[in-house]
Design a protein around this ligand. Structure first.
Ligand SMILES: CC(=O)N[C@H]1[C@@H](OP(=O)(O)OP(=O)(O)OC[C@H]2O[C@@H](n3ccc(=O)[nH]c3=O)[C@H](O)[C@@H]2O)O[C@H](CO)[C@@H](O)[C@@H]1O
Ligand SMILES: C=C(OP(=O)(O)O)C(=O)O
Length: 431
């Protein structure tokens, strides 16, 4: 493979920024929105609340001037976790919100206690009954009150929920031990572009001075660092020179550092363009997933595919989610040598993977299996592509343009039966 790839807008920014548009009683134009199943579902959720949404290419126009209800429907919330992020804006704007518990998913239980405790600290009365979170603000103004909130863990979602809720609260809110992820900063910049007063996003202490009302905006989402890292690994695992743009290289620091340890060179050709130059041989290294600026959990599976073909032993420790190593069994089906104990995977590099039928257990696991399939000798068939389509815009089209040999075999848009066939008849040992 070789060539250039266009990186799409960040899924995790898009989802929360679409929820954040609920804060605004005027038009919001959001640019660089990736075309993903999750984004479409988030749009359906807002429509069910009475919001008018129209899409032209990667531009989304959202008019949330009239909200017909503050009750989010279970059928949509249960399909994507990010839908719970609507609770903060709905409560802040309407003084009332009813959002079903989003439930866990294959990577972990994913409770929402930190979101709930923070909203309570801001004066909301929150009851959880029959799987539903009912939150309301008493008093004639129905406005939340600024508060000092310490998060036990720097949860991305809780930081975002509370930051959005605080934009319209009375007084000042300080979120301590806040998540520092780039998508949190993107959300803060989006809110500030509508007149919110948020300082410190990207650090561990975020201060929000509440304002009575926000106004319309035109905002472009940052590039997706997880998609970019996935393509960097695609270059490394197939020994291919690939250029990526647009990217924000700073957001990729943990991935670049690990790729360099593994023996791959990354060159900045322009401030928003990175090129991967494959090395002579790949070496194992250790990875521990952590909140940003640590190594992202959303890149762990893809790096495991790469390390399974890197010489020597690697230890991968997953600390963010309790059940995010389910791709191990599938990689082992392809000839990888990986042992799991608790949240630790010990990867012993093998010279060659061999194509096999495999099943994707979650979004990043599906990307890891595609990467493994690109490097493996023979044909790999991946089932469970509904996970992939949640978070990668046209992955196979982009890979095909680089010269990969793969095709979508069956299925309609959200069919779990959908399969991807990846074929590499000429894999060499130790790429
Ligand atoms: C849509 C979106 O942006 N998803 C991202 C977001 O998910 P999400 O916002 O769900 O991730 P969090 O940072 O909240 O979760 C991290 C850890 O905190 C725990 N926790 C979280 C909230 C809470 O109230 N209580 C609690 O115990 C979770 O179970 C998990 O073990 O950040 C994750 C961590 O970078 C990424 O993997 C996801 O891709
Ligand atoms: C876990 C992820 O997403 P979500 O929080 O939407 O499930 C992810 O993007 O890898």
């Amino acid at each position: 493979m070789a060539g250039q790839v266009k990186i799409s807008g960040a899924k995790n920014s898009a989802l929360v920024i679409i929820a954040g548009a609920l804060l605004c009683p005027q038009d919001c134009r959001i640019r660089n929105v990736p075309s993903l199943v999750d984004v479409a579902r988030m749009g359906q959720l807002l429509s069910s609340l009475g919001v008018k949404i129209s899409q032209h290419g990667d531009v989304l126009d959202i008019d949330a001037s009239d909200l017909s209800t503050s009750q989010a429907p279970y059928e949509i919330v249960s399909q994507l976790r990010a839908s719970f992020f609507t609770i903060g804006p709905l409560l802040a704007r309407q003084g009332y919100a009813q959002v079903p518990l989003p439930g866990g998913c294959t990577i972990g239980a994913r409770p929402v206690d930190l979101h709930v405790r923070g909203l309570q600290a801001m004066g909301a009365d929150v009851q959880i009954e029959h799987g539903m979170v009912n939150a309301y603000v008493a008093g004639s103004s129905r406005r939340l009150k600024g508060a000092k909130i310490y998060l036990d863990y720097p949860s991305v979602g809780a930081t975002e929920t509370l930051m959005m809720a605080a934009t319209l609260a009375e007084g000042e809110t300080v979120i301590e031990n806040a998540a520092q992820e780039p998508e949190v900063v993107d959300l803060a910049n989006f809110c500030n572009s509508m007149g919110a007063r948020i300082r410190g996003a990207g650090t561990t202490a975020i201060t929000i001075s509440g304002v009575p009302r926000l106004h319309s905006t035109d905002y472009a989402i940052i590039p997706d660092r997880v998609e970019a890292a996935t393509f960097l690994v695609a270059g490394a695992i197939t020994n291919s020179e690939i250029s990526l743009a647009p990217v924000i290289p700073d957001h990729l620091t943990p991935a670049i550092a690990k790729l360099q340890e593994i023996g791959v060179q990354i060159v900045a050709d322009a401030p928003d363009c990175l090129r991967i130059v494959p090395g002579e041989g790949l070496r194992g290294t250790d990875i521990k997933t952590l909140p940003y600026p640590g190594f992202p959990t959303d890149m762990q599976a893809q790096f495991m595919a790469l390390l399974s073909l890197s010489e020597g032993d690697s230890v991968i420790t997953e600390t963010v989610f309790e059940n995010r190593l389910r791709h191990v069994a599938e990689l082992n089906r392809m000839g990888a040598d990986i042992r799991v104990e608790g949240n630790i995977a010990v990867v012993r590099g093998v010279p060659l993977l061999s194509g096999a039928p495999v099943v994707a257990s979650d979004l990043r696991a599906s990307a890891a299996l595609v990467l493994a399939g690109l490097a493996a000798k023979g044909k790999t068939t991946i089932q469970g592509l509904h996970h992939l389509d949640r978070g990668y815009e046209k992955l196979e089209v982009k890979l095909l343009s680089l010269g990969a040999r793969l095709q979508r075999v069956t299925g309609a848009i959200v069919s779990p039966e959908r399969q991807l066939g990846v074929n590499n008849p000429t894999a060499n040992s130790y790429q």
